[in-house]
Design a binder for this molecule. Structure first.
Ligand SMILES: O=P(O)(O)OC[C@H]1O[C@](O)(COP(=O)(O)O)[C@@H](O)[C@@H]1O
Ligand SMILES: [Mg+2]
Ligand SMILES: [Mg+2]
Length: 329
């Protein structure tokens, strides 16, 4: 058997003696370590009573009900990042940026707990992160460092807390999958260069919203449902976990598309997913794995954000299918 490559070794080689890369490596290591703690909590399931309990009456910054584990996960990530070169944290659970290391030269954006509606169902949930450079001389207001198109990310990834705790990461040189080895305690490299198949016969969408969709989305799904007899000429399969990290990991494994379009419901005009800490990191990972990510037509990584918590319609996965969806719009 070839020698195992741990996250630590991988990052050591990637960073070398480059100070900026070392800062990114340190930051990702801290997030991964916080993830191990969150995974342990999640794995206690119903024994950890109250993790799925709704906190208070106020929604979070993104407008969703906030659950206990959303807040615990954010707190763990914040604490883990304090000694790292991250200057600020943007989080789904906090309206404003959270200050970290005053000498830091990075900003981190996180969805501390993705898949909140699955917390008490023993289904995978996860943590998503996006890392951008920060220069106080350029970004007098640190918010402006976060409000940049996703092409500016230097690293991004997510942890999925499922049967295995997985880290899917990119540092701009392909997409890697690491698995947390519960025996050694290390994250071990499992796939050095993920390639999402270009073509697919699998789509994922919350079909219960069909009556709220706009015409292009309705037509796309109708054509998938028509299968071999329809205009697509092939039978499709549908998969929807309801935790984007889990749906994304399936796509990294065997291809497919994830779609959360904007629809007619109030508050869902731009879909459900947040641009800065959900769509951007996933788009970076997907593109580095030869896939595509758009808001239906426009490349996600080119979109300039106008608000930390803004939502964006999201389509990502197998490149040819993402392009096919764009053709319906
Ligand atoms: O419940 P719906 O409308 O199908 O939405 C599911 C989507 O919402 C999300 O849960 C949003 O993320 P949060 O749990 O972080 O709010 C995604 O993970 C998931 O794909
Ligand atoms: Mg989320
Ligand atoms: Mg969340």
């Amino acid at each position: 058997m070839s020698e195992l490559v741990t996250l630590q070794t991988y990052l050591g080689t990637w960073a070398g003696s480059d100070a900026a890369r070392k800062a990114v490596a340190e930051t990702v290591t801290a997030i991964a370590e916080a993830g191990i703690g969150i995974a342990e909590l999640v794995a206690r399931g119903p024994l950890e009573e109250g993790l799925a309990r709704i906190r208070g009456t106020d929604p979070n910054a993104g407008g969703d009900a906030q659950k206990e584990l959303d807040v615990v996960a954010e707190e763990r990530i914040r604490a883990a990042l304090l000694p790292t070169p991250a200057a600020f944290l943007a989080s789904e659970e906090s309206e404003e940026l959270i200050p970290l290391n005053p000498r830091g030269r990075l900003v981190v954006a996180v969805d501390p707990l993705d898949g909140s509606s699955n917390i008490d169902t023993n289904v995978s949930v996860g943590t998503i992160y996006s890392i951008l450079p920060y220069d106080p001389a350029v970004h007098a207001d640190p918010v402006s460092a976060v409000m940049r198109p996703g092409v500016n990310q230097v690293a991004a990834g997510f942890l999925a807390y499922g049967p295995a705790t997985i880290l899917v990461a990119t540092f701009g040189e392909g997409t890697q999958v690491f698995v947390h080895d519960r025996r050694s305690g290390d994250f071990v490299l499992a796939r050095a260069a993920v390639e999402i198949p270009v073509e697919t016969k699998e789509y994922g969408v919350n079909q219960s919203n069909a009556r709220q969709w706009h015409a292009p989305m309705r037509r796309y799904v109708e054509d998938c449902l028509a299968g071999k007899e329809g205009p697509r000429g092939k039978d499709f399969n549908m998969r929807w976990v309801g935790s984007m990290v889990a749906d994304a990991f399936r796509i990294f494994t065997r291809g497919g598309v994830y779609v959360y379009p904007g629809d007619k419901r109030k508050g869902y005009e731009n879909g459900r997913l947040r641009l800065i800490y959900e769509a951007n990191p996933v788009a970076f990972l997907v593109e580095q794995a030869n896939g595509g990510a758009t808001d239906g037509t426009t490349r996600i990584l080119d979109i300039t954000p106008h608000h930390i918590h803004q939502r964006i319609p999201l389509v990502f996965g197998s490149k040819a299918e993402v392009e096919k969806i764009a053709s319906y719009y």
